[in-house]
Design a protein around this ligand. Structure first.
Ligand SMILES: [Zn+2]
Length: 252
């Protein structure tokens, strides 16, 4: 399967008229139906005016090769952030609901756990001693005022995760900044949690988050790292130029 052709079928061809004369001539062709331009993605000639034009180093980057891998990583991260954001917002809503019927829910919770005993014995897991359950029990014993603070905190965290998800999915530089900062500020908390009790889930989440921050800061050259914005733009521009040159050299 030709992924470039698939991309063109889905999003349409990506034609570009560079201002550089030699490149421009090689990307353009005269046909009986009018002028045609070579698609940067699939290298086919497409009849009609180009979608965009300008210096070759400002051409839109086709998501293939390294750019595609990069976009895939960011979008996977965006999906993970999006799901986490939705869960957090749902939890905030749940806490607000708990707050209005605190007493009865606590009773329900205390009743439900002994009832889960046969199940626990069957799967050999002691649910009652698990960290999550004791957290929820702690939460339910809190004062209504504390519950409000917890709900606000969960909601704010959830919205931050959703903002990261949108920014990363749209491949925006601000999204990369929000995600890097938003992830990094919670790392000390994760270290604290791990120092308390190490679980596979916590350890995996921690490794993913450290990797995500490093990936964003290093490959996106955030905060002036590795030359910062200027170096990032230069890298992107040379990639665009190479792409236009490759399309100009392509034979169909
Ligand atoms: Zn195409």
């Amino acid at each position: 399967m030709d992924w470039n052709l698939r991309g063109c079928a889905r999003k349409g061809h990506l034609t570009y008229a560079p201002t550089e004369d030699d490149l421009r001539e090689r990307l353009r062709a005269a046909t009986p139906a009018g002028e045609a331009w070579r698609c940067l993605r699939c290298a086919d000639f497409v009849v009609g005016s180009p979608h965009a034009g300008g210096p070759a180093d400002e051409a839109p980057l086709v998501l293939r090769g390294r750019a595609l891998r990069d976009a895939t990583v960011l979008r996977l991260l965006a999906v993970e952030r999006g799901l986490r954001g939705l869960v957090l917002v749902a939890l905030a809503y749940g806490v607000v609901r708990f707050r209005s019927s605190q007493a009865s829910l606590r009773e329900t919770f205390d009743r439900a756990l002994p009832a889960a005993k046969p199940l626990q014995d069957t799967i050999h897991i002691n649910v009652t001693d698990s960290a999550v359950v004791s957290r929820v029990q702690e939460l339910l014993r809190s004062q209504p005022h504390t519950l409000t603070l917890i709900a606000v905190g969960l909601l704010a965290y959830g919205l931050l995760e959703l903002l990261e998800a949108v920014g990363l999915f749209l491949l925006q530089r601000w999204g990369e900044y929000v995600a890097a900062v938003g992830t990094a500020v919670f790392l000390p908390l994760e270290v604290y949690e791990l120092s308390h009790k190490v679980t596979v889930l916590k350890a995996v989440a921690f490794v993913i988050n450290v990797a995500a921050v490093l990936y964003l800061v290093l490959t996106k050259r955030l905060f002036g790292v590795r030359g910062g914005r200027a170096a990032f733009d230069a890298e992107r521009e040379s990639a665009s130029l190479l792409e236009v040159e490759a399309a100009a050299l392509a034979t169909t």
